[in-house]
Design a protein. Structure first.
Lengths: 216, 216, 216, 216
DNA sequence: AATGAATGAGCTTTCATTCAT
DNA sequence: CATGAATGAAAGCTCATTCAT
């Protein structure tokens, strides 16, 4: 008796329950990202997913659970591939690599900050996001990747033996977070500010000397 | 001259119109801070203020204007007393002073970030907040105070002549922002992480040497 | 396929979407006719229709659209069967036929005038009513039917060859309009005044002689 | 302790209670005529009158009573001077005089119809208007003036001895009413339609002949 | 008597959720 | 299981009315 999924959804998911769930999550994410949390009504999400409104409730208990899941799902999707920094140890300059990371990370965070910020407006949603992040272990410090890279560089002798890699990593990550936040607050469609000078300062501290830059 | 304010409000404001306005603003702030923007309905604000719903509209044109005003009002209230850092130049150690600033600023931002972050979910509210902040000149970079302090220290010879004060200031402020954001995201009612190590790193860069710390 | 209509509405409409739309329109009409436009709140209409308030918005975009549709719908329903006058040409007396028309038309207009008059107090509603009437071609002059009848009588030689049929028709229709207006203004639930003498006057003009009347 | 009237109102009324009442009535009329009944809030009326909102309640029991009084007041003011038709008996042609009357009356009614029509939207307001009209004897048939004129013409021999003056008068007045109504319904900013042909028809009936017209 | 701020019922509209089909 | 109409609570806002001054 079960009416089948709409053709478009069927072909996109193969009818697999878990795939439909994800299909809905990405639809919800698109709505939030495009139109803001306030516009992410169940109706809008259902329409974006190509499903009837009631169908959402076969996959999620309620709107808060669905939106929270969509946020966390997107965060995982986008966060995973940032860990390629450590592999660059020994290549290029310290400053170049840290700037590269900052660019990458800021792009990612620029997408994430609005999502989390939106969650801040709704106590229940924020609680649910926190719960789910804890569940999937997303509370680990994102600075760890940077730290691992710096430790590798220290092992290679490119930074001082007594350099505080953890602190340096933490600084870089903080700046990325802040850039994303600021850029959203001020509504710069323009571009992210450069963090070259701050990174040079950190590098100088790590090396105990003027950083050597390839360009300029 | 008119129907009186409720006793509780009357005694809190003396009946002064401007005081009532502020009474409403602080009530609105309390609701947003306690329950989130989504819960800050006009009804909830009126109840928190001890007033009838319609009364709000004698003081504010609409909900967005009221909430935006509450956010900016709170930001001004809490922001004003942060500018005392420059005066500490030459006293104590660099690290101590920067940590002191970081503590102060993080406390303040811990309160502000949720407010602004919440505004991100409401396009109209964010626009109004921006408008009002521009009106009262609040968009100046908070890093400027830190930079001024560092420049003063450089003039006193306590940091290297070629130190990049602006970059250092920017790093410190970014960390404060990030701490506030992270702390709200993770729901640590507990305590802020220490930034001692990151500040030491910055100081080492500014001085070109191991920072001399009084304690530990 | 969905939560069912309330039993009473279900049985009245058979659940057909178009029938429900009409059910709502007639409910709205009843409220306006009975209690006046000012009382025709969405709540009152929903209650009259036996539906929840929100359900109205599944059928109409907003209150103005709903009320305007109700007015125009009622006008069409009641107006359609008035066009049978031309067929009476040659039967009975001129005066009888015109009186018959006046009775019919006044009954109809007695119901319509309050509706349109009410719309006069609401700019947006009036505009919408006009728009919808134009859409369904209801702005044609109702005097045309009378004129056609008189022209037919002239062809039959029952009125003077040079008689101004259009003017006569226009007079009769004006009287009907006025009767309806006056009757509503004065609140005569009782009966409409007779227009026998005015019609005799018109007939005398058309025939150039004393009208011959069967009765009295 | 009585605070004085505002200077502008004081000078306009001399402070006389009855004059202030009328001052308010005309203000209310202006608002209804200009902006429609829906816009005639007590606030708008008070502002138009140059008084505080509460002051209205010293002169009228409530909004409905005030608006009803304003409508009836305006109706009396504008209706009184229409009675000059009888004096024209024997001068010019019948058709000219009746057309002159129709022009006059339509101008007046063009102003009145919106007022009464507005009242139709509010049961309570309509009831109050009716009550007040009855009180001041405004329910007399406005056709009487026209009838008196026609009787005078009959006495002068300018119309047939057996002409039905009452019916003719009634027709003319009905047309005026209808013109005003139609013109409002169709939103003609343009102009009233000519009633020359209808009046000629009536005149032909009264005289038993082709009406002799001066012009054309 | 004039004032005008306070009131709160009531308005239109939205939307998360349910459930008979 | 998918559907989507029905629901009704709750939102932002207006405004007639009151009343201490």
């Amino acid at each position: 008796m079960s009416r089948p999924l709409p053709a478009r959804v069927q072909s996109a998911t193969g009818g697999d329950t878990e795939a439909v769930r994800e299909h809905i999550l990405t639809a919800a994410y698109r709505v939030v990202a495009r139109d803001g949390l306030a516009a992410a009504s169940t109706r809008a999400i259902a329409e974006e997913a190509g499903l009837a409104g009631g169908t959402l409730y076969n996959y999620f208990g309620n709107r808060v659970g669905l939106v929270a899941a969509a946020i966390v799902h997107r965060a995982r999707t986008i966060t995973d591939p940032v860990a390629d920094l450590p592999a660059r140890a020994g290549i290029g300059t310290l400053a170049e690599n840290l700037e590269y990371f900052a660019d990458q990370a800021s792009t990612v965070l620029g997408e994430l900050v609005p999502l989390f910020a939106a969650a801040f407006s709704d106590t229940a949603l924020l609680a649910e996001v926190r719960r789910r992040m804890a569940e999937v272990g997303m509370l680990s410090d994102p600075a760890t990747a940077v730290e691992q890279y710096l430790v590798a560089e220290r092992r290679l002798g490119r930074i001082a033996a007594d350099a505080d890699c953890r602190a340096a990593a933490s600084i870089v990550v903080s700046m990325c977070h802040d850039d994303a936040f600021q850029s959203y607050l001020h509504g710069d469609g323009a571009g992210r500010r450069s963090r070259r000078r701050e990174i040079e300062l950190v590098v100088r501290s790590l090396t105990g000397s003027q950083p050597s830059r390839s360009g300029k």
